[in-house]
Design a protein around this ligand. Structure first.
Ligand code: ATP
Length: 292
C-alpha cells in the first residue's frame, strides 16, 4: 500500500502542498484529479523522490519508501524523458535492464508491451520520428516494462487516441488485478469515473475529497431531477421548489425539497410527461462542487 501522509511543500513564497494525505491500496486504481496548478505533479514527484517535501512522509507497505523501493515502482513523469535518437524497442529494453531485468526478460517484456500498445511495427524506429501520441505509448511501455510493484503515472492518457486509451486501460486493469496499486493523474474525468476504484480531489494543495465515486456521490445527495414535458407552454416550471434550469422541453431542478412528487404533479398538470427521474451527479459535477 502507498501511504502519503501530511505532505507540505513550498516553492519560495508559494505554498504548493498543504498537508496532502491519501492511500492507494493493493490492486486499487486511484484517480488523482485537480485543477491546473493544484499540486498533483508536486505530490507525485515527492512520492517518487524527485523532489523533497518540507514535511510529511511517503510509506510503502508500512515503512518509509526508500530509494530501493522506488526502483520497483513504475513512474511516468510529467516531463516525460525518452532518448529521441534511440530506437523504440532498444529504449524500452534499456529501461527494463536499468530496472533489474535480465536481457532475455527485458526483450520478452518489451515485445509483449509493444504488441499490447500497437507499437510492434515501430520497434525499429527512432523515438524522435514518432508522433507525440506514439511517443507517449513508448513512455508508458518504459514505465511498465520491469513489472513494477506499484505504478505512479502523471497524466498517462493525455494525447492518446481512443484505441490507445482502451489498450492502456486494459494493461493497467491487468496490473491492478495482480495486486499492483495504480495512482494516476488526469483531467479526463469521464475516464477517471469509468476506471477508478477511488478518487482523490486536490485543490490548492489540499485534498478536498477522497473516496470511491459512489461515496463522493453520496455526499452530494440525490442529485438533480430531470423532467421532460411535451405540449406545454414554456415557464411552467418557474415556481417549482428548487433551483430550476429550463432548456426547451427539458427542466432540471436542483436542491429539490422533499421527494420530488410536487415537481411530478406540476409537470403532469402542465403537459405530457415524457421523462421524470433523478440524475446522479457525474464526477465532473462532484469535482466542480468540491473545488468551488
Ligand atoms: N519548480 C517550481 N517552482 C515554483 N513553483 C512551482 C514549481 N513547480 C510547481 N510550482 C507551483 O506549485 C503549484 C502546484 O503545481 P503542480 O505542477 O504540482 O500542479 P498540477 O496539479 O500538477 O497542475 P497541472 O494539472 O497543470 O499539471 C502551482 O502553483 C505551480 O505553479
Amino acid at each position: 500500500m502507498i501511504e502519503i501522509d501530511g505532505l507540505q511543500k513550498r516553492y519560495g513564497d508559494k505554498r504548493a502542498l498543504d498537508g496532502v494525505s491519501f492511500a492507494v491500496r493493493p490492486g486499487e486504481m486511484f484517480g488523482f484529479v485537480g485543477a491546473n496548478g493544484a499540486g498533483k505533479t508536486t505530490t507525485m514527484r515527492i512520492l517518487m523522490g524527485v523532489l523533497e517535501a518540507d514535511s510529511g512522509q511517503v510509506c510503502w507497505n508500512g515503512g518509509p519508501l526508500t530509494f530501493a523501493g522506488r526502483r520497483r515502482f513504475g513512474y511516468m513523469p510529467e516531463e516525460r524523458g525518452l532518448y529521441q535518437k534511440m530506437k523504440v524497442a532498444e529504449q524500452v529494453e534499456y529501461f527494463g535492464r536499468l530496472n533489474g531485468l535480465s536481457a532475455a526478460a527485458a526483450r520478452s517484456a518489451t515485445a509483449d508491451l509493444l504488441e499490447r500498445l500497437s507499437l510492434t511495427g515501430r520497434a525499429g524506429d527512432e523515438v524522435g520520428a514518432l508522433s507525440l501520441g506514439n511517443q507517449q505509448r513508448v513512455q508508458l511501455a518504459v514505465a511498465l516494462v520491469h513489472g513494477p510493484e506499484a505504478l505512479v503515472l502523471d497524466e498517462p492518457f493525455s494525447g492518446l487516441d481512443p484505441i490507445a486509451v482502451d489498450a492502456l486501460v486494459e494493461v493497467l486493469a491487468e496490473r491492478c488485478r495482480a495486486g499492483v496499486p495504480v495512482l494516476f493523474s488526469s483531467h479526463q474525468l469521464d475516464l477517471v469515473e469509468r476506471l477508478c476504484d477511488s478518487v482523490g480531489i486536490i485543490s490548492a494543495g489540499r485534498m478536498v475529497a477522497t473516496g470511491t465515486v459512489e461515496e463522493l456521490r453520496a455526499r452530494e445527495g440525490r442529485g438533480v431531477l430531470r423532467v421532460v414535458v411535451r405540449d406545454t407552454a414554456p415557464g411552467w416550471a418557474a415556481g417549482l421548489p428548487g433551483t430550476v434550469t429550463e432548456k426547451g422541453d427539458e427542466v432540471l431542478v436542483a436542491d429539490v425539497a422533499g421527494d420530488g412528487q410536487d415537481v411530478l404533479r406540476a409537470a403532469a398538470a402542465a403537459g405530457r410527461v415524457e421523462h421524470f427521474g433523478w440524475e446522479r451527479p457525474s464526477l465532473t459535477d462532484i469535482f466542480r462542487e468540491a473545488v468551488a
